[in-house]
Design a protein around this ligand. Structure first.
Ligand SMILES: O=C(O)CCC(=O)C(=O)O
Length: 221
């Protein structure tokens, strides 16, 4: 797989040449709900985007990548990942709209903003945090589609403590955090020396509360 434009990453799409990509695209048939406690949950749909390698390459080429800085101990430090973002009201690229329209129909909220993260290799990461959308919505849903290499995605209680859950999303998997997850839990993608290549996560958020009752999207059928 060649890469004409966009950031250069250690990405071996050929690793996926023998992988079964025949699953139904954007299907919820294999989705399961993992409760974190009695207020918070994650929906997990493995292989939700079977053509994840092509989508990875396309977004790598078209997304407006930037490396942001973060203020730490009176210093501006570069974040160890690249990001591309579309705020509420921005026109999302058609490749992302494909995903949001299906997710919005399922969850009864309009996913209308998008942050794509590019973990170029195992030294890119994001530290423990909860998403800031929790400050404006009671129980926001945050949907993440992972493309490329698998990386560890971990959750622990917001008050600190041990890692309670570990997932290894990549290769088109969908994870949706819901309920009080952004209030009661923190998540992280730690550095990982053994990462097999680059991972991209398309994270989708909504700016208005759920239309179907108090933030209660349906359990998977
Ligand atoms: O890459 C991921 O799966 C998590 C990204 C994330 O937590 C964030 O960008 O806030």
């Amino acid at each position: 797989m060649t890469q004409e434009r966009g950031p250069r990453v250690a990405w071996q799409g050929s690793l996926f040449d023998g992988v079964d990509t025949s699953g139904e695209r954007l299907s919820f048939a294999a989705m399961r709900r993992d409760p974190l406690d009695d207020r918070s949950w994650l929906d997990v749909a493995p292989g939700w985007v079977p053509d994840h390698a092509e989508l990875f390459d396309r977004l790598l080429e078209i997304a407006p990548w930037q490396q942001r800085t973060r203020r730490m101990w009176d210093e501006d430090v570069l974040e160890p990942r690249l990001v591309a973002s579309w705020a509420t009201g921005d026109q999302l690229p058609p490749e992302v709209l494909d995903l949001t329209s299906v997710l919005s129909a399922r969850y009864g909220v309009a996913f209308d903003s998008c942050l794509i993260n590019l973990y170029r290799d195992g030294s890119d990461a994001v530290a423990w945090h909860a998403d800031t959308v929790r400050k404006v919505l009671r129980d926001p849903l945050v949907a993440t589609v992972s493309l490329g290499a698998r990386r560890s995605f971990q959750l622990r209680p917001a008050g600190g403590g041990r890692v309670a859950r570990r997932y290894a999303p990549g290769e088109g998997d969908l994870l949706v955090m819901g309920g009080a997850c952004q209030h009661d839990w923190h998540h992280a993608v730690p550095r990982e020396r053994s990462a097999s290549g680059a991972r991209m996560s398309i994270t989708l958020r909504h700016s208005r509360p759920a239309g179907r009752g108090p933030g209660a999207p349906p359990p998977p059928s």
